[in-house]
Design a binder for this molecule. Structure first.
Ligand code: FES
Ligand code: FES
Length: 162
């Protein structure tokens, strides 16, 4: 069955007609062309399709679009300041915590949620929080360093970036 829904994505309302079976991932990529949201496993196991739902990381491949109404959805396109990278993105670049970068949008959003929730996380807390995000080519040690650098950048920022 098809129905009209309104989704709040990156602080903008998007109204569209979707099938009940369409996932949030399909809507974000195929209809709204938000290419940062990536599909890999399609079964909630890799974190490539991570988006923030009311600030918490979720796998968009597991979520039906019709169940996402009335929630704040954030994709990587919603971070940063247009031309400027978000401090978490800067940290990933500085620490070379990406190679092919297929996994990176999902990691960056999970790190955003982590640092919002735990501003000064331990290594174990970082590993635990990011355990749902898999990377097949960059080193996890680099990603760990990037999280710490992002934490420093954010703590030094005069206004906490959204
Ligand atoms: S594509 Fe959604 S978790 Fe892997
Ligand atoms: S940088 Fe290639 S999968 Fe993570």
């Amino acid at each position: 069955m098809k129905r009209e829904i309104t989704l709040n994505i990156n602080d903008r309302d998007e109204t569209l007609v979707v099938d009940d079976a369409e996932t949030l991932l399909e809507v974000l990529r195929d209809r709204l062309k938000l290419w940062s949201v990536r599909e890999s496993c399609g079964v909630g196991a890799c974190g490539s399709c991570t988006v923030l739902l009311d600030g918490r990381p979720v796998s968009a491949c597991l979520l039906l679009a019709v169940r996402s109404t009335g929630r704040d959805i954030t994709t990587l396109e919603g971070l940063g300041d247009g031309q400027l990278l978000h401090p978490i993105q800067e940290a990933f670049v500085s620490e070379r915590a990406l190679q092919c970068a297929y996994c990176t949008p999902g990691f960056v959003l999970s790190v955003k949620a982590l640092l919002d929730e735990i501003p000064n996380p331990s290594d174990d807390e970082i590993r635990e929080y990011l355990s749902g995000n898999l990377c097949r080519c960059a080193g996890y040690a680099d990603i760990l360093r990037a999280v710490h650098l992002a934490r420093e950048k954010i703590s030094r920022a005069p206004v906490k970036p959204e």
